[in-house]
Design a binder for this molecule. Structure first.
Ligand code: G2I
Length: 460
């Protein structure tokens, strides 16, 4: 059950904000400090949103930089430190030092963290760039599993897959070594990420997807619609929104945000910068986000113009000397003028996700369980979805017979008895109540080979 997972994941943030009245999915990001209304983060939090920035780890020793970071922002994205080349420089050898430093800086100050990014055609480590086929697919899934597991409980959202669509008029996928492993590589990555960190929101992130009429925007939209229809675990779409003369802000941006939100995903502006930093364009972007209930946050791609990957375009909210630009004032005013969404964002009523029907439909009071497996050589992660029948559940038991040689090594979101042969799984405190027709998920990791698993479910 999606809302249960968000509530569990956001408990700490809700406690920090002390604002039980905030919609649960929004409260995930909202940490309202005492100076509400006078900084970007505080003003966004008042509207149930976050305001974040990309952070470069090596700048954390620059006090002018950290003074602004700590004062203004309540969400942080590592600019480069969580990318594949940074976190797995040699195959199977993971390196988290620089990313951990950013995460610790943020979380120790009450800021949340967006993870960027688990799978991308760019910034791959050398060993991965030269891989292909099933070896690459396995390596990618292992990377997703390992990195999402390392940061489990520490990031509120992951850019699971970044920039997988082609520019231009095709509306199709970008060619890459990952794409050539098969068109299902994106959904495989999402399933692996869900299994590894069931509490994180899972996002697809891309650029030049701001203009609703563009083929690329429509291509991503169709993929997200398809994922929602088939029960692929996607929770959010990130719009990088690098606006410049070649790719300018357009007035249908709000239509883009609201159209994606209507598919039942959150939308987030993830890498905002605007060539020349027009105050009125920044204001429009903020107003567009605030107009869409499921637009739950904005991240700018750097703090001062000198921190920008496009420094010569002076696209950010602070001058290189750290002073506020007119765009800053426009953003703060727009945040303070904005309205708070009154209705908690909820998924629109759609048919329940259609995982392959491996168990018969339940009778009244029953439940079904389906499993998706990510297998690599010597181990696998299983993500189990429990769906209530026509009556609500107040507790559930799933039984899974593991083939010989398979041994569970760790599990999340369920109690387990047995780690080989016949294993029984029961709900934990927060996911036993499942509404009629609703679902919840748990997962486990195991050594060995999964084969085809046939879980059974009963109410208790
Ligand atoms: O290119 C802008 C952004 C587009 N969307 C995805 C983002 O991840 C991307 O961020 C940029 C960073 O801002 C740059 O800082 O991604 C670039 C490529 O990963 C980053 O540039 C790299 C340089 O290519 C490296 O040579 C350099 O070592 O930054 C590295 C660290 O400074």
């Amino acid at each position: 059950m999606r809302s249960t997972r968000w509530k569990a994941a956001s408990r700490a943030a809700i406690a920090l904000a002390g604002a039980g009245a905030l919609a649960a999915s929004m409260a995930l990001f909202a940490t309202a400090p005492a100076s509400a209304g006078t900084t970007l983060g505080a003003s966004a939090a008042e509207k149930g949103r976050y305001f974040g920035t990309a952070v470069a780890g090596f700048k954390l020793s620059d006090s002018a930089y950290t003074t602004i970071l700590n004062r203004e922002f309540n969400m942080v994205t590592a600019e480069n430190e969580m990318k594949m080349n940074a976190t797995e420089p040699q195959q199977g050898q993971f390196s988290y030092g620089a990313a951990d430093q950013i995460v610790n800086h943020a979380r120790s100050r009450g800021m949340s963290v967006r993870g960027h990014t688990l799978a991308w055609h760019s910034q791959q480590p050398g060993w991965m760039e030269s891989m292909s086929g099933s070896a690459l697919r396995q390596a990618m899934l292992n990377h997703v599993t390992q990195v999402a597991t390392h940061f489990r409980g520490q990031v509120v959202a992951w850019d699971v897959v970044n920039e997988a669509f082609a520019d231009g008029s095709s509306g199709g996928r970008r060619d890459s070594n990952l794409q050539r492993t098969g068109n299902d590589w994106i959904e495989a990555a999402f399933r692996a990420a869900r299994a590894a960190d069931p509490g994180a929101k899972l996002c697809y992130n891309d650029y030049n997807t701001d203009n609703w009429t563009h083929a690329k925007t429509q291509g991503v939209y169709n993929m997200v619609r398809d994922f929602k229809a088939r029960g692929v675990p996607i929770d959010c779409v990130g719009f990088q929104s690098h606006f410049n003369n070649e790719s300018p802000y357009v007035s249908n941006y709000r239509t883009t945000l609201s159209s994606f939100a209507a598919l039942g995903v959150d939308v987030q502006i993830t890498e905002l910068d605007i060539q020349g930093a027009s105050a009125s364009t920044y204001r429009s972007v903020v107003e567009d986000c605030l107009a869409v209930a499921r637009c739950n946050g904005i991240t700018v791609w750097g703090i001062r113009d000198s921190d920008s990957w496009r420094a010569s375009q002076t696209p950010l909210l602070f001058n290189s000397n750290g002073s506020k630009k007119p765009a800053y004032d426009a953003v703060l005013a727009a945040l303070n003028n904005g309205t708070t969404p009154t209705d908690p964002p909820t998924d629109p009523p759609t048919d329940p996700p259609t995982d392959p029907p491996t168990t018969p439909p339940p009778g009244p009071g029953g439940c079904t369980a389906t499993v998706s497996v990510n297998q690599w050589t010597g181990g696998f992660v299983a993500n189990v979805r429990v769906t209530a029948g026509s009556s609500a559940l107040s507790g559930w038991t799933v039984t899974i017979a593991l083939p010989s040689g398979a041994t569970v090594t760790n599990a999340w979101s369920a109690n387990r008895s047995g780690n080989t042969g016949t294993t029984n799984w029961t709900n934990v405190a927060y996911n036993g109540q499942v509404g009629a027709g609703q679902s919840t998920e748990y997962g486990f990791q195991a050594n060995g080979t999964a084969g085809s698993l046939s879980p059974t479910c009963s109410a208790r």
